[in-house]
Unconditional design. Structure first.
Length: 210
């Protein structure tokens, strides 16, 4: 139902829970992705109903992968510029982050997406990937759910230099780093990307390389 002023009442979520009702969505931006201001009534544990407002940013779901080589005891990371980290009020870095290979699904299956991203970003063609879990990226503001993967790579899988797509002006540096150095960098705070931290910790806990 469309309300005056371009607001929209959403009834599609009525069956999800009885503790949320009267959801009204206001579109703030849909230039590339979707930013909505959502007002709703929420029932507290004591039974009282309160009206709350949240901004929700929808850019779709994504996938991320840890590429590791057991023989060489190395993993593949990428390095690229991230504007939000560059302009962060308390940020001290230059905006370049070390990250695992990752990307948005763009309508593809998570497995197909991550295989595509691996080849585009790193230049490796990996056929077998293992999904380990799913998790919300930042549930306070993002609808995005990330699909996390791991996969082994070898030198024989290298088919190009990688670096991302020129058509999207991607400028990605591909790094092959000894895992022991990665652990040290993690402990020293030199790795600041959450996806990367989660996957490295998974590797440590599950003794993938150590």
């Amino acid at each position: 139902m469309v309300l005056p002023g371009g607001l929209k009442r959403d009834n599609n979520f009525a069956m999800k829970t009885k503790r949320v009702k009267n959801i009204i969505t206001e579109s703030l931006s849909n230039r590339k992705y979707i930013l909505n201001n959502i007002t709703f009534d929420y029932q507290l544990k004591n039974g009282k109903w309160v009206t709350q407002t949240r901004e929700c940013y929808d850019r779709g779901d994504g996938a991320a992968i840890l590429l590791f080589n057991k023989s060489n005891q190395t993993i593949i990371l990428t390095k690229q510029f991230r504007m939000p980290t560059f302009v962060h009020v308390n940020g001290e870095g230059d905006g370049f982050l070390l990250e695992v290979c990752a990307g948005l699904l763009d309508g593809d299956r998570p497995e197909d997406c991550i295989k595509r991203e691996i080849e585009e970003e790193t230049g490796f063609r990996v056929e077998h990937v293992i999904k380990i879990f799913e998790a919300y990226s930042s549930p306070g503001v993002l609808t995005e759910k990330l699909h996390y993967f791991i996969a082994e790579y070898s030198d024989a899988m290298k088919v190009s230099d990688g670096g991302g797509l020129e058509s999207e002006h991607e400028d990605i540096e591909v790094l092959e780093i000894p895992f022991i150095d990665i652990v040290s960098m993690l402990n020293n705070g030199k790795i600041e990307d959450t996806r990367t931290i989660v996957l490295i910790q998974y590797a440590i806990i599950n003794k993938l390389l150590l």
